[in-house]
Design a protein around this ligand. Structure first.
Ligand code: ZN
Length: 583
């Protein structure tokens, strides 16, 4: 049934960077005032974005085009006076669309990426609130040579979103590029791409990409079953450097540097496959199987869950395992990626200060608000969550004699809590109960409590041993090390942060510019690394600029910590079974 609310966006003047919005709400009204709220954050990105900052030129009219009185309330509200016998209220405004990320509106002469929580005011009161669960009409007007891709059913600029969540989840991408489509297991898959600089992507690269995506999709279906929803849209944005991904019910927006589709950048291409797999997996894990706290999403205030390690760490782990199982990645690619992850893991020691549950809960003020010292006291529930999944998978496979792994646990939870008619969401207890009821999982409840609720690092070497994977340090001989992270800004090398145990931490500060070391001008980060490498046990004189004042600092050159990050064999039967295709 129609909600009687139409959400229209006019993108026919894209170079203005403004979307012109008209939301019409038809009678009946249930009060003398209608309160509208503008979303403050976007599901999947835990930060108060306040997209209302991009809205201006608000006008409110009735069915006779008479202006109605309104005023702004709170940080996110609009209060509209409803006259007697009013048949319709139309709210019009402009939205500036210049933030180029996967979670925001972006429009220029070449495309529109429409993110609903950055676009629509939503009625909160003044109408029967049940209407928000009915079918909303969404209209989008675009330049003649553009075509629109969206997960919302409909065509030719007119779409029908079934309820509030579908409306808020239904991203739209419009640009002149042709939408590509192909069928996998009876499900239509579509791809709509856009390049931020107008670069033309070679057809054969796109075909190769579709071939690999198909392998990944088939592997997901083999694990979770063929989806009852029969349509999926992948929106790809290619940029110079920006990257990111965001999941939706039947679509994703993934952003990668364009070189990922150019010859000679295989690592970047593999990261694109990994990103796609991660966002694709979210269809099951977070968009349907959800934390209890997210049902329904309250986009007006921060909503906390202790389970982001499950929904992000687990998705990262399984997304990449599926790349490997499907053959889109080979074992060598997995090892290379694993090495990078372990290097990141060993470069910090936040796991002694923050548990995975705490990191999840505080995502709003920690992961999404990093500082140069974050590595010392905070962890990423993506990275550390993934490592815990790897370890838990090894334990479960070992204890069940290879019968099942954590992917099977995720599937079980999805079937019980994530399927249609049974979307009640999960909490920690649900995961624990399901895990301990699985064969081999009986004693893993306490293991899990320790791994995600306590401040201890995961025992990666035990998990590697269970899988028969040998691991050793990268460096063949001892080398020197400053433990410094730097960035290059306008040709200057600036201190950005310190690795765990860095000898430079007490002497230097973030934002110090490193001018010279032991008399040699420093113009590249690799000069610093090379100097430290060959002067183990010595001391180096740093000439820096701190807040514009030249200073001299002495920094010891310590031995670089040797951490096991390199996999040197191909594992035992248990591992082979874990990475075997399920098709
Ligand atoms: Zn994710």
């Amino acid at each position: 049934m129609s909600s009687g609310i139409t959400f229209s966006a006019d993108a026919t003047q894209p170079s203005s960077r403004y979307l012109h919005i008209d939301i019409t709400v038809s009678a009946p009204f249930t009060a003398k005032k209608m309160i509208m709220r503008f979303p403050r954050w976007v599901p999947g990105s835990y930060f108060m974005r306040e997209p209302l900052q991009y809205v201006d030129s608000i006008e409110v009219k009735d069915h006779q085009k008479t202006s109605l009185h309104w005023n702004r309330i709170d940080v996110d509200g609009l209060e509209i006076q409803i006259p007697k016998d009013c048949k319709e209220i139309s709210i019009q405004y402009r939205v500036l669309c210049f933030e180029m990320t996967v979670r925001s509106n972006h429009m220029d002469e070449s495309h529109l990426h429409l993110m609903p929580p950055f676009t629509w005011w939503l009625p909160e009161s003044g109408i029967d609130v049940q209407r928000m669960d009915e079918i909303h009409t969404v209209k989008l007007y675009v330049p003649k040579d553009w075509s629109i891709s969206t997960q919302i059913p409909g065509k030719n600029g007119e779409y029908f979103a079934d309820g509030r969540d579908e409306l808020l989840d239904g991203i739209m991408e419009a640009n002149p590029n042709r939408e590509l489509s192909w069928i996998v297991n009876g499900c239509n898959h579509r791809m709509k791409w856009w390049d931020a600089g107008g670069f033309k992507i070679e057809e054969d690269r796109l075909n190769l990409l579709i071939e690999d995506l198909t392998k990944i999709i088939e592997e997901h279906h083999a694990l979770f079953g063929i989806p009852e929803w029969k349509d999926y849209l992948a929106v790809f944005h290619f940029t110079e450097n920006n990257r990111g991904g965001l999941e939706h019910l039947r679509s994703q927006t993934s952003m990668m540097p364009r070189k990922c589709l150019q010859q000679g950048y295989e690592d970047d291409y593999n990261q694109l496959l990994s990103l796609f797999s991660h966002e694709y997996l979210h269809q099951w894990n977070v968009k349907r199987l959800k934390p209890k706290e997210f049902i329904p999403y309250d986009l007006q205030k921060e909503v906390h869950t202790d389970l982001l390690w499950w929904f992000e760490g687990g998705t990262s782990w399984l997304g990449d395992m599926i790349c490997l199982r499907s053959g889109a990645w080979d074992f060598e690619v997995w090892c290379k990626d694993w090495k990078k992850k372990l290097e990141r893991h060993f470069s910090g020691n936040g796991m002694h200060k923050e548990s995975l549950c705490a990191s999840s809960h505080d995502a709003w003020i920690h992961l999404y608000r990093p500082n140069p010292y974050a590595r010392e006291s905070r962890i990423s529930y993506y990275l550390e969550g993934e490592l815990v999944f790897f370890c838990l998978d090894a334990e479960l496979r070992y204890r069940s004699k290879g019968l099942h792994g954590v992917d099977d646990l995720m599937v079980e939870l999805y079937k019980e809590h994530g399927t249609i008619g049974n979307r009640d969401g999960i909490d920690y207890k649900d995961i624990r109960i399901k895990l301990t009821s699985m064969k081999g999982g009986r004693l893993l409840g306490k293991w899990l409590d320790r791994a995600v609720r306590e401040q201890i690092p995961p025992d990666i070497s035990r998990a590697m041993t269970l899988f028969g994977l040998k691991i050793h340090a990268n460096e063949e001989k001892k080398v020197g090390w400053f433990g410094l992270r730097t960035t290059k800004k306008e040709g200057r090398i600036m201190v950005s942060s310190f690795e765990d145990g860095s000898p430079a931490r007490a002497e230097l500060m973030p934002q110090d510019e490193i001018i010279a070391v032991d008399g040699s001008r420093i113009l590249e980060t690799k000069q610093l690394q090379a100097y430290a490498k060959n002067h183990i046990g010595g001391k180096a004189n740093f000439i820096i600029s701190r807040q514009g004042v030249i200073q001299s600092k002495t920094v010891e050159i310590l031995e670089k910590p040797q951490n096991p990050t390199v996999v040197s064999n191909d594992g035992n039967k248990l591992w082979k079974r874990a990475i075997a295709s399920k098709i």
